[in-house]
Design a protein around this ligand. Structure first.
Ligand SMILES: [Zn+2]
Length: 209
């Protein structure tokens, strides 16, 4: 079609509201697919992804290997997925973590927000949350076929550059040497994540090792 919007996630032919043929129309300074019959405009906004960042006592981050059929199969990523319609974003992060790793977690503070352009057909905005494990048993599931904890510089092949950016920052050795997490009640940053507070003792639980 040679459209100037070729980088957008989808170019619809027909109006999803009234089935008339869509046309290109400048709206808000950009050409958009618009319906001449009912006024529908396809804004082509990015999807929203939610990621759950679990760290072990050493500060390593839990990653999943993407199963055959998944985007970037065989490479590793932070457990994440799309927020469903009607789903609260922290619920989505919790759900995706449990589906892909078997772990149940409380979702905490935001560690990173970034636009993802690695898949031109599916631009997304991702939100990476700190996650504190409170139960479950570690095992790969859904579109993950392996799980493991990793830290920079020994990271496996990563699927997404935005994960790589976060992991490099999060798992880099602290400049002043080791940090003692004992007695830390609150505070910013990822340090409190390694404390298995409230984690019920269960073999196989990543928070109990
Ligand atoms: Zn229409």
């Amino acid at each position: 079609m040679g459209s100037p919007e070729s980088a957008s996630p989808a170019v619809y032919a027909f109006c999803p509201m009234c089935a008339a043929a869509l046309e290109w129309r400048p709206v808000g300074g950009r050409p958009r697919r618009a319906c001449p019959a009912c006024g529908f405009i396809h804004w082509a906004n990015p999807g929203v992804g939610a990621a759950a960042v679990v760290q072990d006592e050493q500060g390593r981050v839990l990653l999943v290997r993407r199963a055959p059929g998944a985007t970037q199969a065989g490479r590793w990523s932070v457990p994440a997925g799309y927020v469903d319609a009607g789903e609260e974003i922290r619920s989505a992060a919790r759900r995706e973590l449990e589906e892909e790793t078997g772990l149940v977690a409380e979702i905490g503070e935001v560690l990173q927000v970034a636009s993802n352009f690695h898949d031109p057909a599916k631009p997304t905005v991702g939100v990476w949350f700190a996650a504190r494990v409170v139960g479950g048993r570690l095992r790969p599931g859904d579109d993950a076929d392996a799980v493991g904890y990793f830290a920079s510089p020994d990271l496996p092949p990563l699927a997404f550059p935005t994960d790589a950016a976060l992991l490099t920052v999060l798992t880099a050795a602290p400049p002043g040497g080791e940090e003692s997490g004992a007695g830390g009640e609150s505070g910013a940053g990822p340090a409190p994540l390694s404390a298995p507070a409230g984690c019920p003792p269960s073999p196989g639980c990543a928070g109990c090792r």
